[in-house]
Design a protein around this ligand. Structure first.
Ligand SMILES: [Zn+2]
Length: 276
């Protein structure tokens, strides 16, 4: 974030494709779309985007959706063609809809590469529904794309916000607190636990702000604004080097020395700064 600007749109959230979930199970329709000359195939290799590769849509290409009448597929190539690009490194040069499409493609192709065998019986699995499920050949178990939810919270106390420096991070790398949701937790419980676990801060109030697709490789970030019950901080040094309260002026100074990022953290902090 540059001084004076507050982001209003979260990177990777602007998908413009029609996912057409009602068409995915229609094998004939998917096959015809794969063979159609206007079909777009987005190529990846080991989680990296290959803008110079233009493969045909083979049987394992994943149907992402429709761009108007044009079907868009994603294909994982065994070898790179041209220069492979990291999607996050490209994001500032992409239109929001294209960034969202590439993140979506990266996430679903990553899932396929890691679900070739059944977790229950070890049998081989095959893609179904245009690549939106897989099924075990041996026991029939259905596998669905995995999404791993994580909560992230901007915690405030009066006119200050809580930022932490993770162990091993650069001296100026202050960030909001975040963590994965654990089994059996709801989102709010996860925020209370993370903030207390890492910074020893109890929360008096919690409010949902926004969420962000984060398929790097399988995340979904759920962002909250939280009010601390008091200013006391007790840092857990297993995870953090330090945590403290920052005024808005101090946060602006930090931002001036930082590169723009693509994460929801910037949105949460930016929204708070704009309330000045
Ligand atoms: Zn199985």
């Amino acid at each position: 974030m540059t001084a004076g600007s507050v982001p209003t749109m979260l990177a990777y959230n602007g998908l413009a494709l029609d996912r057409a979930p009602d068409r995915r199970a229609d094998t004939d329709w998917i096959t015809a779309r794969r063979a159609h000359p206007a079909t777009r195939v987005i190529a990846f290799w080991h989680d990296k985007f290959l803008p110079d590769a233009h493969p045909t849509a083979t049987a394992d290409a994943v149907f992402l959706g429709l761009d108007g009448d044009t079907a868009v597929f994603a294909a994982d190539l065994p070898d790179p063609t041209g220069e492979p690009h990291d999607v996050r490194a490209l994001v500032s040069s992409l239109a929001p809809a294209e960034a969202a499409t590439l993140a979506y493609a990266r996430g679903i192709l990553h899932w396929h590469r890691n679900q070739r065998h059944c977790g229950a019986c070890g049998g081989p699995t095959d893609a179904r529904d245009g690549g939106h499920t897989r099924q075990c050949r041996t026991c029939g178990k259905l596998l669905f794309p995995r999404i791993e939810p994580a909560v992230i919270a901007l915690v405030t106390w009066q006119e200050r916000c809580l930022l932490a420096r993770h162990r091993g991070a650069a001296p100026t790398a202050w960030s909001t607190l975040a963590g994965f949701v654990e089994v059996g937790e709801n989102l709010e419980t996860a925020v209370h636990r993370e903030v207390h676990e890492e910074a020893g801060v109890r929360l008096a109030d919690l409010r949902y702000e926004a969420s962000q697709a984060w398929p790097f490789p399988a995340g979904l970030m759920i962002g909250y604004r939280a009010q601390a019950a008091g200013p006391r901080i007790a840092v857990d040094h297993r995870e953090l080097d330090d945590a403290r309260w920052f005024t808005r002026d101090e946060v602006w100074s930090l931002l001036a020395t930082h590169q723009r990022t693509d994460s929801i953290e910037q949105f949460l902090v930016g929204t708070w700064l704009a309330e000045e």
